[in-house]
Write a protein that binds this ligand. Structure first.
Ligand SMILES: CC(C)(COP(=O)(O)OP(=O)(O)OC[C@H]1O[C@@H](n2cnc3c(N)ncnc32)[C@H](O)[C@@H]1OP(=O)(O)O)[C@@H](O)C(=O)NCCC(=O)NCCS
Length: 512
């Protein structure tokens, strides 16, 4: 549509006559009619005036791909992302997240941005427990004094004379958290509302004991958590903050690891998620690339590799501690533990409200699965292949016949969402790979290769060694995956009957 046609469509849909629009835009109705018929061009000033009368963005007059309703590329993306994230909003209603923050976020001024996001989660009726660390603050306080601590296996030996300093730095962090969360953060959803933050003596601790022959004195481990007291506060809609200090029944104070405290608290309150902020995007592999998902068995292998004295460590001791605490949490029924970047604004929102996430998620079992499709999957499959049919990338009978052919379909899922699909049609000694597609949001992440590998394994399991595919636009992808361009004459006769030559797709085969 040209700008004039778009203008007419918008005007009519808004129920406005040509004369009324001309009047509001201070135009001659005759000229407006000529503009709508494409006989007169719209100048920039006029365009702005018409857009303002019609309450639309001027960009819609030039948006070739869509109707005027999609007011701009930016808003299109926003709408799509909002729709994709909406499902999570219900999913997490009244669920509990334990969020663990190392002391570094307070020294490096990152807490304000994090507090904004915590505020947002709280406003969505998610129960929040914040577990914070104080390690760098203790280091600063003791540095250069005679109280400077010895480390055993990277754990601080806490001497009695340090306790007052530890309690003092802990107090100032707690005050910082309470003040930042309760002071109205500008633009925050809870500005002017009375957000309640509370803390308490929820943790009973005991000494960790002797490590490598050294008495760790007031370095403690968790003995008991007052779960009911925490839950009461959550029911009362309070954000609960928990410090890495525990108290013994005899009145001693113990210094705890905040990483372990967070995992134990998550276990005690049966949290939906445990989230650790770290210094990188997530867990990185030896090449420094993000590992988006890690099963517990893979995490254990990774820990063994890192701790192998023969190998150079490529993950910090801090992240290693977090991985161990995460494994403890997963073993104790926390389904997902997330490691996200404290240096990236909004990393928690991206991690929780998008399918791809921002960091690493640790789980017992892989979030990915390839399985046969069922009738219930039809809508999601059509969402993936429908747009490709319209573009002529896939043949358009595919989605019409999908209910009859559902037994040939497989889907690849990520975290219970269908992100790709394939249909395998079995001919005498060859299998056709059809409707092979990955959802746009998940392209170039290796899912296509995984799905292809699955097709190959399925064929081999059926003792079939030949595959073929008809493609119009992805020939290079298949060539890179060892398919060869072949003559259509060798296509199975049965398939030739339904083959539509006008699509002019190319015939590729692969011998397994
Ligand atoms: C073709 C398709 C299945 C690939 O899936 P994918 O998950 O995006 O691919 P992978 O992540 O496994 O592979 C990514 C690599 O393939 C390349 N690639 C992706 N689509 C390609 C295409 N159409 N042609 C050539 N190369 C392509 C990427 O550039 C990337 O290369 P790199 O690793 O060098 O950066 C996917 O792009 C798709 O759904 N296409 C539309 C449907 C289609 O054409 N189906 C085939 C006919 S039935």
């Amino acid at each position: 549509m040209n700008p004039g046609q778009i203008l007419r469509k918008i005007r009519q849909e808004q129920g406005m006559t040509l004369v009324t629009l001309a009047k509001h835009a201070s135009l001659d109705p005759g000229n407006l009619s000529r503009i709508e018929r494409g006989e007169l061009n719209i100048g920039f000033n006029l365009l702005e005036k018409l857009s303002s009368v019609l309450h639309i963005s001027p960009i819609v007059f030039f948006d070739k791909d869509s109707s005027y309703r999609n007011s701009s590329l930016e808003s299109k993306e926003f709408i799509q992302n909002f729709r994709l994230s909406a499902k999570f909003i219900n999913q997490f209603n009244n669920k509990t997240f334990v969020i663990a923050l190392g002391g570094e976020v307070f020294d490096e001024n990152q807490f304000k941005a994090i507090a904004y996001d915590i505020n947002l989660l709280y406003s969505m009726n998610i129960n929040i427990i914040l577990v914070h660390g104080i390690r760098p603050q203790i280091d600063n306080k003791l540095r250069g004094t005679i109280k400077e601590a010895a480390l055993v296996r990277n754990i601080r030996v806490t001497k009695k004379e340090m306790i007052n300093d530890i309690v003092e730095v802990n107090g100032s962090i707690k005050t910082n958290i309470e003040a930042t969360l309760s002071s109205g953060i500008l633009d925050s959803p809870l500005l002017n509302s009375n957000i309640k933050v509370s803390s308490g003596n929820f943790i009973t601790a005991r000494p960790i004991g002797v490590i490598d022959g050294i008495d760790m004195e007031f370095t403690g481990q968790i003995r008991k958590i007052d779960t009911n007291a925490i839950i009461d506060k959550l029911i009362n809609k309070e954000i609960v903050t928990i410090s890495p200090l525990g108290y013994s029944p005899m009145g001693d104070i113990f210094n705890l690891s905040y990483e372990q405290t967070a995992a134990h608290v998550a276990q005690a309150v049966k949290a939906e998620k445990l989230i650790y902020y770290i210094n990188t995007n997530g867990i990185l592999n030896i090449r420094g690339e993000l590992i988006p998902e890690l099963t517990t068995s893979k995490a254990k292998q990774l820990i063994d590799n890192i701790e192998d004295p023969g190998r150079a460590p490529f993950i910090s001791y801090h992240v290693l501690n977090i991985m161990k605490s995460s494994l403890y949490a997963i073993k104790n029924k926390i389904e997902k533990v997330h490691l996200i970047n404290r240096n990236v604004d909004g990393s928690i929102i991206e991690e929780i409200f998008t399918d791809r996430g921002s960091g690493t998620v640790l789980t017992e079992h892989s979030l990915q699965d390839i399985r046969p499709a069922t009738i219930k999957d039809i809508n999601q499959i059509i969402n993936i292949i429908g747009p490709l049919e319209k573009e002529g990338i896939l043949i358009d009978r595919a989605s019409k016949n999908i209910d009859k052919e559902i037994d040939s379909f497989y889907v690849i899922e990520h975290d219970h969402n269908i992100i790709g699909t394939v249909a395998l049609h079995h001919y005498k000694d060859i299998i056709e790979i059809a409707c092979f597609a990955i959802h746009d949001k998940y392209k170039n992440l290796g899912y296509g290769k995984k799905l292809l590998k699955f097709c190959e394994q399925t064929a081999l399991a059926k003792k079939i060694k030949n595959l073929f595919i008809l493609t119009t636009q992805s020939e290079h992808w298949f060539i890179e995956n060892n398919f060869k361009l072949s003559n259509k004459k060798i296509m199975p006769d049965e398939r030739k009957k339904t083959y539509t030559s006008e699509r002019n797709s190319k015939y590729f085969t692969k011998r397994l």
